[in-house]
Design a protein around this ligand. Structure first.
Ligand code: NAG
Ligand code: NAG
Ligand code: NAG
Length: 591
C-alpha cells in the first residue's frame, strides 16, 4: 500500500493546474489524485498502475475495473493498456460539491485474481470557471430625497459558484457624487455620502462591480430613482410685480399674471395663489385666480380716489410651503372728470358807471384729473362786455371791457365755459347772471323842442291849455319825472298867477281867464326834473297864444257920447270918419 500526503497548495491560478495533478497514496491501499475540475474527457488523471505498483499489463490480466462508490456515477475510466486513469465524464466541482471547501469524489478499482479493492479519492480542485453573478442585471432602488447622510441601502450581494479565492472577493462602486460602498460580512450596502436632490438629479445609474479572485468580473447597474420630498417652497418669478392700469377699467380686465414655480413633484409642486393679508377694499377691486395667478379687475378703480395699490400675493404648494411676492398696480389717469366752475364772488349788481377793466367777479375752476386731463382753459364765447383774466392758479377775474349802460342792457346772462386738455376733452359751462344797477345818468328829455298852446280869451280859469311830456330812461326815482314852472313874470305878475302845471302829468292849466285885448300871448318855462339824487332836469318853453273873441261893443269916441245917445243904431257916414280912424278908435276904446 502506498500512501502520500501532500500539503494542500492554494490554487491561486486555476489554469496553471490544468495539467498538474498530484498523486496520493492512501495508507490503506487508497489512491488519491488531485486535479482541476472541467478537464476534457479522456484527459489523463494519473497512472493508476504505477500508483498501485503493478505492471500496466497486469491490470488487464486481472480484469481491473472502476466502480462508482455509492453515488453510482462513474467519473473516470481505466486505460487497461497504459494503466492510466482518464476522465470519463464531465466533472464540475460546483455541481458536485456546491460551495463546500473541498470536493472529493470517491471511486473504486476492483482487481481479480486475487480480488483486491482499492479506493480512489479524486480531489477535485476548483477552477475559476464561474463569474460572480448578481440576481438581476439591473437593481432598482427608490430613495426619497429627504434621506439623510449616512443612510444605508442594502444591495443583494453577488454570488459566485466558485469557492475560495475564486469566489467574490471584492466590490467596486464606480465613483459617483452621492454614494459610497460599505461591504461587511455578507452585506453590501450603499451609504449615502452626500444628500440627494431630486430637483437636480431625479435619477442616476450606479455601476457596481463584483470581482472574484480571477479575471472575470461582473458589474451590475443600480438604477436609483430619487423620490420627491416637499423640500422646495414655490418661488415667484419676481419679487415685485408692477403693472399699470387705466382707471375705470371694466371688470375682468387682466392686470397681471403672477407665477411661481415649485421644483417639487406632484402635490408637492402644485402651486395655488391667493392674496396675502390685504385690506377689504383691495379684495373688492381685484381678484386672483388660485390656479393661474391671474389678477383681474372686479371692482371700480378711480385714479382720483386711489392712484396705486400695493398687495402681497401668496403661492402655496400642496403641503403648505408658501412664499410671497409684492404686486404694485399703478392706476393711470383717464380724462373722466369734467371741469367744475365755481363762482367765488360776484358784485351784484354792478353799477353802470364802473370804468372798463373793473373786476366784477371771481371764478374758480377745478378739474380732478391730472396733468393734461386736468388743465383747463376758460372762456366766454358770447359777445358781452366782459372777459376772463387768469389770476393765480385756477382763479379767473371777471372783468368789464367796456362802459356799461343799464338803459341799453340791464341784465347779462354770461355763459362761462371750461374745457380741459384731455383727449377727448371734457367741458362744462356755467351761467352767471349779472344785473346792472342804475345810476342817474339821464336827464328827462321833453318830447318836443317847445310847446305852443292856443286859447280863446275869456277862457275859464282852470281850463287845460296843453300838456308837456318828458321821458327819463333811468330806473325808478332816477327816471321819475316831475314837472314844474320855472318862476318868471308875465306883465309884471308872477307866471304862476297865469298858469299852473301838474307836477305828475305835465298838464298845463290856465289859472285865470285871459283877455285878448289885454294880453295876446306869453311864454312860460317848464322844467322836467327827475327824482334822483342829485336830480337832473331839462327846460322847455311853452308859448301861450290867446285868440280874440268878439266881446266888445263898438263905442263912439267922437262926437261925444251925448250926441250918440240919440242914435239907436250906429249910422255911418259913407266917408266919415275914415276907416283907419274908426279902426284905431275901436282899438283904443277896448276896455
Ligand atoms: C342763461 O343762459 C343759459 C344758457 O343760455 C340758460 O339755460 C338759462 O336759462 C339762462 N338764465 C336766465 C335766467 O335767463
Ligand atoms: C339812482 O341813482 C343813484 C346814483 O345817481 C343811485 O345811487 C341809486 O341807487 C339809483 N336809484 C335806483 C332806484 O336805482
Ligand atoms: C332851466 O332853467 C333854470 C332856471 O333858469 C336853470 O337853473 C336850469 O339850469 C335850466 N336847465 C337847463 C337844462 O337848461
Amino acid at each position: 500500500c502506498l500512501s502520500t500526503t501532500l500539503p494542500s497548495v492554494p490554487l491561486t491560478r486555476a489554469h496553471t493546474f490544468y495539467f498538474l495533478f498530484l498523486l496520493f497514496h492512501s495508507s490503506h491501499g487508497d489512491v488519491s489524485f488531485s486535479f482541476p475540475e472541467e478537464m476534457q474527457r479522456g484527459s489523463v488523471i494519473g497512472n493508476l498502475a504505477k500508483d498501485l505498483g503493478l505492471e500496466a499489463s497486469a491490470l488487464s490480466g486481472r480484469k481491473a475495473r472502476i466502480n462508482a462508490d455509492g453515488s453510482g456515477k462513474r467519473y473516470c475510466d481505466l486505460n487497461a493498456r497504459s494503466g492510466e486513469l482518464i476522465v470519463a465524464d464531465r466533472i464540475d466541482r460546483e455541481v458536485l460539491c456546491g460551495n463546500k471547501a473541498s470536493c472529493i469524489l470517491k471511486q473504486e478499482v476492483v482487481l481479480e485474481n486475487p480480488l483486491e479493492l482499492h479506493r480512489i479519492n479524486l480531489h477535485i480542485q476548483d477552477v475559476n470557471d464561474n463569474a460572480p453573478l448578481f440576481k438581476d442585471d439591473l437593481i432598482d432602488l427608490e430613495i426619497r430625497e429627504s434621506a439623510v447622510k449616512g443612510a444605508r441601502f442594502v444591495i443583494e450581494e453577488a454570488h459566485d459558484a466558485d469557492v475560495g479565492q475564486n469566489s467574490v472577493q471584492q466590490y467596486l462602486l464606480k465613483k459617483n457624487d452621492n454614494f459610497v460602498l460599505s461591504v461587511g460580512g455578507n452585506t453590501v450596502e450603499l451609504v449615502l455620502d452626500k444628500e440627494l436632490d431630486r430637483e437636480k438629479e431625479s435619477e442616476m445609474n450606479l455601476l457596481l462591480t463584483a470581482l472574484d479572485g480571477g479575471s472575470p468580473r461582473r458589474s451590475v447597474v443600480i438604477h436609483v430613482t430619487v423620490l420627491d420630498a416637499n423640500d422646495n417652497a414655490p418661488v415667484f418669478s419676481k419679487a415685485v410685480y408692477k403693472a399699470s392700469l387705466p382707471e375705470n377699467s371694466p371688470p375682468d380686465t387682466i392686470v397681471i399674471n403672477v407665477r411661481a414655480t415649485d421644483a417639487d413633484e406632484g402635490v408637492n409642486g402644485d402651486v395655488t395663489y391667493d392674496f396675502g393679508h390685504v385690506s377689504g377694499n383691495i379684495i373688492s377691486v381685484f381678484s386672483i385666480s388660485p390656479v393661474t395667478g391671474e389678477i383681474k379687475v372686479t371692482g371700480v378703480t378711480d385714479f382720483e380716489e386711489k392712484a396705486s395699490y400695493e398687495m402681497r400675493v401668496e403661492a402655496k404648494d400642496g403641503l403648505g410651503l408658501t412664499s410671497y411676492a409684492k404686486v404694485i398696480i399703478d392706476i393711470t389717469d383717464v380724462n373722466d372728470n369734467a371741469p367744475v366752475i365755481n363762482l367765488k364772488s360776484l358784485a351784484y349788481p354792478v353799477a353802470e358807471n364802473v370804468s372798463p377793466g373793473t373786476e366784477v367777479g371771481i371764478i374758480n375752476v377745478q378739474d380732478r384729473d391730472s396733468e393734461k386731463n386736468g388743465q383747463v382753459r376758460c372762456s366766454i364765447e358770447q359777445n358781452v362786455p366782459f372777459k376772463l383774466v387768469p389770476s393765480i392758479k385756477n382763479y379767473y377775474s371777471l372783468v368789464t371791457t367796456e362802459q356799461l349802460d343799464r338803459e341799453l342792457v340791464s341784465d347779462y346772462n354770461i355763459t362761462i365755459s371750461a374745457t380741459d386738455e384731455g383727449s377727448p376733452p371734457l367741458s362744462s359751462s356755467k351761467s352767471v347772471l349779472l344785473s346792472v344797477a342804475d345810476i342817474n345818468d339821464n336827464p328827462p328829455v321833453f318830447e318836443e323842442q317847445s310847446y305852443s298852446a292856443y286859447v280863446s280869451e275869456n277862457n275859464k280859469a282852470g281850463c287845460t291849455l296843453c300838456s308837456v311830456s318828458a321821458q327819463d330812461p333811468d330806473w325808478r326815482q332816477n327816471g321819475t319825472v316831475i314837472y314844474s314852472l320855472l318862476p318868471s313874470e308875465v306883465n309884471g305878475a308872477s307866471v304862476s298867477s297865469y298858469v299852473s302845471v301838474n307836477g305828475d302829468t305835465g298838464v298845463i292849466h290856465a289859472v285865470r281867464s285871459f283877455d285878448y285885448e289885454h294880453l295876446r300871448s306869453f311864454q312860460v318855462h317848464v322844467m322836467a326834473r327827475d327824482n334822483g339824487s342829485p336830480p337832473l332836469s331839462s327846460n322847455v318853453s311853452v308859448s301861450v297864444f290867446i285868440s280874440d273873441v268878439n266881446d266888445n261893443s263898438p263905442q263912439i269916441l267922437y262926437p261925444s257920447p251925448e250926441v250918440t245917445r240919440h242914435l239907436r243904431k250906429p249910422q255911418f257916414e259913407p266917408n266919415w270918419p275914415p276907416a283907419s280912424i274908426r279902426l284905431i278908435s275901436l282899438k283904443q276904446t277896448k276896455h
